[in-house]
Write a protein that binds this ligand. Structure first.
Ligand code: SF4
Ligand code: SF4
Length: 395
């Protein structure tokens, strides 16, 4: 029996009401679609969206192999997360080509468009909407399920023009649910979203390395209580390796299991890149109990593996730098480049920051004391070199 035939036969239609009041019919995506012989990926409701999703979703960001999408779909993954900017749009195009012959109600697509840094820009909404239409075309779909404002600060949660634009897209049937993706100041962003009472889903960083879990967990618990769908990203706190030289492998299963131990996390979007990594993620999702090695890896005292990749995005370095360089974003570029092994994405991140190549050039001694203990000057110098490499060598 083909996967498609399994999907078509087994979809159980349920009724749900989206935030706009539109009645929509959704399939119970997940366990019924998992091949019957395989262990089933558990499913959790995505807040008040009416949708239930397998706890394992796919962060497609780095993937460029449609066969990996197929393998994930066959394994029971139903939610695929991308963004307008990933791989210069090719990521969305790949998803569009893959899903064009698959029943539209058998998968969930999340995509994102950034508003840019200047929230007062006169072209803020027009360029945002133009980005959305481009995404829709690339995806070859009439609508996206979850549309996020990409990497937005807390102020966006109650931004009237942004909310109007998103509400209009919902009314036009081009979006089912609206969200914000956040990888810095997450507690503030989440609380602002809840206060605005306008949002359906948050895509947030969440991992065992975050030093501000004491603030983040209560915000997520509140979000869970109040019906916001919660999708976790950066669950592995750095990618496959925890050091630049790739001598210290990460324990991805341990990281994911830690995330799923929290019932307020509805699904996570690890960015698996090959079949072996997919298998490992599925194995973690279907065997949630941690073994002794995994527990040891997560134990901050017993673990001998320092993480050189994950920047807390606390922003405390910016004021210390006389040039006010966007160090947290540059550390993110560092993680994409060395932790995720995706220099093209590191370069894209640097380009969006609009900082000169060799931004630290001429600065005689670094005044930055990183709260995580990173050697900021070294990492800044190292990652800045990416800006000088022609794009075609990295694509
Ligand atoms: S102080 Fe360190 S951890 Fe905090 S944002 Fe800067 S580089 Fe990241
Ligand atoms: S070396 Fe340090 S203080 Fe100097 S510009 Fe770079 S980040 Fe800023």
């Amino acid at each position: 029996m083909s996967t498609n035939s399994i999907n078509r036969r087994n979809f159980l239609k349920i009724s749900a009401t989206a935030g706009t009041g539109l009645a929509v019919s959704l399939p119970a995506l997940a366990a019924d679609a998992t091949p019957s012989a395989a262990p089933r990926i558990p499913v959790r409701p995505l807040g008040k969206t009416g949708l239930s999703l397998p706890i394992l979703s796919m962060g497609v960001m780095r993937a460029d192999n449609p066969n990996l999408l197929k393998a994930a779909f066959d394994a029971g993954v139903r939610h695929f997360d991308t963004a307008n900017g990933y791989q210069n749009g090719q990521n969305e195009t790949m998803l569009g080509n893959f899903f064009k012959d698959i029943p539209r109600d058998s998968f969930v697509i999340g995509t994102k468009v950034s508003l840019g840094r200047d929230l007062t820009s006169s072209s803020l909404i027009s360029s945002f909407l133009s980005g959305f239409e481009t995404s829709l075309k690339r995806l070859q779909m009439d609508y996206v399920d979850i549309f996020y404002v990409h990497g937005a600060p807390a102020a966006v949660a109650s931004h009237p023009e942004v909310l109007t634009a998103l509400t209009n897209l919902k009314k036009a049937g081009k979006i089912k649910w609206i969200g914000i993706s956040t990888h810095s100041q997450e507690p503030a962003v989440i609380n602002a979203m809840l206060d605005a009472k306008a949002w359906d889903v948050v895509l947030t960083s969440f991992n065992y390395k975050q030093t501000y879990l004491a603030d983040l967990i209560p915000a997520l618990e509140r979000a869970h209580r109040e019906g916001l769908g919660i999708v976790a990203m950066k669950a592995t706190a750095g990618g496959e390796y925890l050091d630049r030289e790739r001598t210290k492998p990460n324990n991805v299963k341990a990281c994911l299991k830690w995330v799923w131990e929290h019932p307020f996390i509805h699904t996570a979007i690890p960015g698996f890149l090959n079949f072996e990594q997919l298998k490992s993620c599925v194995d973690a999702a279907t065997h949630l109990e941690m073994d002794a090695t995994e527990k040891q890896f997560l134990n901050p005292v017993a673990s001998l593996v320092p993480n050189e990749m994950f920047c807390q995005q606390c922003g405390k370095c910016i004021e210390q730098c006389p040039r006010h360089l966007p160090i947290p974003d540059m550390m993110r570029a560092y993680m994409y480049t060395y932790g995720y092994r995706l220099p093209s994405m590191g370069q894209e991140t640097l380009a969006a920051l609009n900082v000169p190549a060799n931004a630290c050039s001429g600065c005689e001694s670094c005044t930055v004391q990183c709260t995580t203990g990173f050697n900021v000057a070294y990492k800044m110098q190292d990652i800045s070199r990416l800006s000088n490499i022609p794009r075609e060598f990295l694509a």
